[in-house]
Design a protein around this ligand. Structure first.
Ligand code: ZN
Length: 215
């Protein structure tokens, strides 16, 4: 066997190991995102493409070793396919990263528009006394005192509003659950604060990590 064939097979084998490690790591990341209620759809496509690459690499290594699996007359055609799928893989991965960052970081929205979104998603048509107020809550994980407004919560969860703002009605009494986000010592964390039917802050319900910590 020629030296360049051996080098080719070794490089492909190392590539397969790297790809399998990537698939394993991505599976853990997807599990983490799923547990924290973020979408995994695009990462699922990335995962499928990685599996295809592994199969392609293995077929290529076998072909180099003289085992013909797919009879293709022109080797350059295979190279063109690899370039094409490499391009698709890159764009799908970049879009998955963009979506994940949007989910986690939110979006800049002016106050007035953010308040409008809040009233729309909570289906509120009456005047809420504390709608424009600045609220204060203390994080019991980092001891930081954070201030937030309703508009801040809308911005933080601009792409995952159902996760950031919830309305509950018990025996005719409406309460709003707002989840302000802050940069805590172990990552981005949200605190669930229950507000009464006029939006006055009432109690702290939950303090949970959104992103960060150990995978
Ligand atoms: Zn904190």
């Amino acid at each position: 066997m020629d030296v360049d064939v051996i080098i080719g097979i070794v490089l492909t084998a190392v590539g397969v190991i790297i790809l399998i490690t990537t698939i394993t790591t991505l599976t853990l990341v997807m599990r983490l995102l799923g547990r924290r209620a973020f979408s995994n759809r695009r990462w699922f496509f990335v995962q499928i493409m990685l599996v295809f690459f592994v199969v392609g690499y293995i077929i290529n290594a076998l072909e180099m070793g003289g085992i013909d699996i797919i009879p293709v007359a022109n080797d350059l055609l295979i190279v063109s396919f690899v370039y094409f799928f490499g391009g698709i893989f890159t764009i799908v991965t970049i879009l998955a990263i963009r979506n994940m960052l949007r989910d986690i970081l939110g979006k800049h929205i002016p106050d007035e528009e953010a308040i409008g979104i809040f009233l729309k998603i909570t289906d509120t048509d009456r005047v809420l006394t504390h709608l424009n107020e600045m609220f204060v809550v203390k994080c019991d994980n980092c001891n930081k005192v954070l201030t937030y407004t309703v508009a801040d919560v809308v911005r933080d969860h601009a792409f995952t509003l159902e996760r950031g703002i919830q309305v509950e009605e018990v025996f005719g009494t409406v309460s709003y659950k707002l989840h302000p986000v802050h940069k805590c010592k172990d990552g981005r964390r949200e605190i669930c604060v229950v507000h009464d039917n006029n939006l006055a802050s009432r109690s702290v319900e939950e303090n949970r990590l959104i992103y960060g910590g150990r995978i």
